[in-house]
Design a protein around this ligand. Structure first.
Ligand code: HEM
Length: 391
């Protein structure tokens, strides 16, 4: 894909692809275009804000007020101002830097436990045995969801992450949304009676005293947080360690200069970030860009991976360099939807990588098993598996 991205960037135009349903989608590949689209309020998230009736994107494949509709459409990432602002401000009250930094001990403790288990083996899978469980345990803990529900949450999340609702998967997605909403309803009832120190209790308390949030909006918010907690940080840890093992001189440099961990994580985000592309935007009106006309209702995807390799913004942009300065990558997005979980993701990754380097200093690819396999998703960049040895 590197070469294709380069071709796209150098073509000095924007490119349209067409998915099923004849829905045209424009790909934004350069850094400057990405930033300008992400700052432009004419590119919107909610099909409900598209005035053209009956447009493909706003056609209800999902019944309004069905659990699937509630979960997918009522959260901040699916909305535009003023709804977006209200939902984000609400979350921001609870999701503070302070809350994240207080999690440090917990993250370290879980990381140690996972590595204790790994040390009893000779070889392991870096995704299944380490990168995957860590963020899930942390987000479930933050939300105050019982440990024994983790497996269930993982299964639901695997089903609900499916981007496209097709005839084939519709029933499964609907049933899963229903089960998930019923589960949250039960948890909310418990927390209302018996509040804890967790985020769900904090949301419920705020809801009573503060800005109005509907119960359905809260379900959708928790859904977004769980999905974000399951699908992204795992790949920052996985892709980051993959980049280090593939560049032994950079790994060596980091081992000898632990203070480089912060710039190393920014470089992991830039070089091989977990989100190849943004979530979908829609053009709220006809928009002219680089000689093309994006029609009202057309889709737009920002290729973060391409923007992050833009040679006009980053010196030697295809090189993995953990000492890179002023690394203004777009791996967490840009503008009003900039990732609210970025401080948490950075912290988890920092603790995970520091601890791995300290406790498993001989970590390397498993020479007896084929190289790790990448997932084929268009939005998420991550490894299916990552067999390693450390003895
Ligand atoms: C939004 C990336 C971890 C919560 C976003 C966006 C990106 C992103 C690119 C913007 C998407 C767009 O504009 O289309 C990442 C990456 C992560 C990560 C690379 C890990 C390395 C997390 C975590 C949480 C989280 C751990 C929560 C616990 C959110 C939320 C939004 C968001 C709530 C929506 C913000 C809004 O609409 O205003 N993330 N994320 N993310 N992320 Fe993350």
């Amino acid at each position: 894909p590197e070469l294709k991205f380069q071709e796209l960037r150098n073509s000095n135009s924007i490119h349209q692809i067409t998915l099923d349903d004849n829905f045209p989608i424009w790909l934004i590949s350069t850094y400057d275009d990405a930033v300008s689209v992400l700052r432009d309020s004419r590119f919107i998230k909610s099909p409900d804000n598209l005035r053209r009736h009956n447009h493909e994107a706003s056609k209800g494949k999902t019944k309004r007020n069905s659990p699937t509709y509630i979960l997918r459409r009522l959260h901040m990432l699916a909305n535009d101002p003023p709804q977006h602002t209200r939902l984000r401000n609400f979350a921001q009250k609870v999701f503070t830097k302070k809350v994240f930094s207080e999690l440090q001990l917990k993250i370290q403790q879980i990381t140690n436990e996972l590595i204790d288990n790994i040390e009893r083996k000779k070889e392991f899978d870096l995704i299944d045995d380490f990168a995957y469980p860590l963020p899930i345990i942390i987000i479930a803990d933050l939300l105050g969801l019982p440990n024994e529900d983790r497996e269930k949450l993982r299964n639901w999340s695997d089903i609900l992450i499916e981007v496209q609702i097709t005839e084939k998967n519709k029933q499964l997605i609907d049933e899963t949304s229903e089960a998930f909403t019923a589960y949250l309803k039960k948890i909310f009832a418990l927390r209302r009676k018996n509040p804890g120190e967790d985020i769900i209790s904090a949301f419920l308390k705020l809801e009573e005293t503060n800005d109005h949030m509907s119960e359905n909006e809260l379900y959708s918010m928790i859904y977004l947080l769980i999905l974000a907690g399951h699908e992204t940080t795992v790949n920052l840890i996985g892709n980051g360690i993959h980049a280090l093992l593939s560049h032994p001189e950079q790994l060596h440099l980091l081992k000898n200069n632990p203070h480089l961990i912060h710039s190393a994580i920014e470089e992991m985000l830039r070089y091989n970030g977990p989100m190849l592309a943004s979530t979908m935007r829609l053009a709220a009106e006809d928009i002219h860009m680089k000689g093309a006309t994006i029609k009202k209702g057309d889709g737009i995807l920002i290729l973060f991976s391409s923007a992050n390799q833009d040679e006009t913004k980053f010196d030697d942009s295809l090189r993995f360099d953990i000492t890179r300065k002023s690394n203004k990558h777009l791996a967490f997005g840009h503008g009003i939807h900039f990732c609210i979980g970025a401080p948490l993701a950075r912290l988890e990754c920092e603790i995970a990588i520091n601890t791995i380097l300290k406790r498993l200093p001989n970590l390397r690819f498993n020479p007896e098993i084929n190289m790790p396999e990448w997932r084929t998703s268009t939005i998420i960049r991550g490894l299916k598996n990552f067999p390693v040895v450390f003895g």
